[in-house]
Design a protein around this ligand. Sequence first.
Ligand SMILES: C[S@@+](CC[C@H](N)C(=O)[O-])C[C@H]1O[C@@H](n2cnc3c(N)ncnc32)[C@H](O)[C@@H]1O
Length: 336
Amino acid sequence: MISSQTLLENTHFPVMLNEVIDLCFSKKKVDLLDCTFGGGGYSKEFLKIPNSNVVAIDRDTKVKKVAQEIKKNHKDRFIFFNNRFSQIEKILNKKKFDAIIFDLGLSSIQLKDYARGFSFNSEFDLDMRMDPNSIKVEDIVNNCSEELLKRIIRDFGDEENAGLISKNIAKARKLKKIIKVKELADIIKSSKKYKYSKINPCTKTFQALRIFANKEIFELIHGIASATKFLKPGGKLITISFHSIEDKIVKYYFKNYSSNKARGSRYLPETSKKDTSLFEVYKNKIIRPSLKEIKVNPPSRSAKLRFATRNSNNYQFPNDLIIKFKNLLNLERAYV
Ligand SMILES: C[S@@+](CC[C@H](N)C(=O)[O-])C[C@H]1O[C@@H](n2cnc3c(N)ncnc32)[C@H](O)[C@@H]1O
């Protein structure tokens, strides 16, 4: 078994780093808010630009060490907050940024630290918490009702065998508590109707349980909505997502709060509608990693980069975003 410590030494390749830099380099000096610091790939690169400043956030306590190393060389230009990005308003003061980046999902440092249970190849316990305040997946699979498990796996994982998987989890836990990653992986594999697929049979269920355990939909919606308040006019909100739900949320936000679609809340009467847009015209452009990057870093293949440019309208919290995705938000709150 590979030790958790050895795996921690693995680094994370920042996805589409050149593309992110190109987007932000119309200026000599950039004030960056890196909401998903991880191994610090983007933060380190932006600190190479003279006089640029980086504020970084990550919920994972284990990345504090990486941040401390950077701080040694950039005392005045780098600040790190070990917190969730949904808490941006509480963390930040009045500072405004030229670019804010959300590189969503897991870092390879987390995935390869087998003791954390994110990988279906782990022989450790079912954990998958990004920070100590989240719920362990072991708790979820042993205590949520079969019906709730089915909804989690179906709605967050888009798993076609969600019914069978949750039924078999409920059956197995009556005999013995499900503790190890391998025990859950075996239940999922035996529940899949079609055994042959390009992706590992556990991928979708693991992703769904991780999203649920870490309340990632709440985090994303509140993160991007609050972060917008801290963008300078002309500043860019950049997201890199790996999951269709994440991309759907970002796309809805950028499209519906851009000036090409300027309108008030659709829940208000026609007469009281005013321009509540937060972004300039949105072109619905998706940037994908180059073939060269995918060759060097295969997990980047499903990444989608989107960005929107802040306009000069006053900031108002984009309530429509919450209303639009209320079903997913309610599902995430079903077990706390
Ligand atoms: C894909 S990695 C980012 C990798 C980073 N860009 C790099 O170059 O190393 C995502 C990181 O975001 C963090 N993260 C995920 N959700 C978060 C949240 N709600 N608040 C703060 N950090 C979060 C994870 O802990 C992880 O370290």
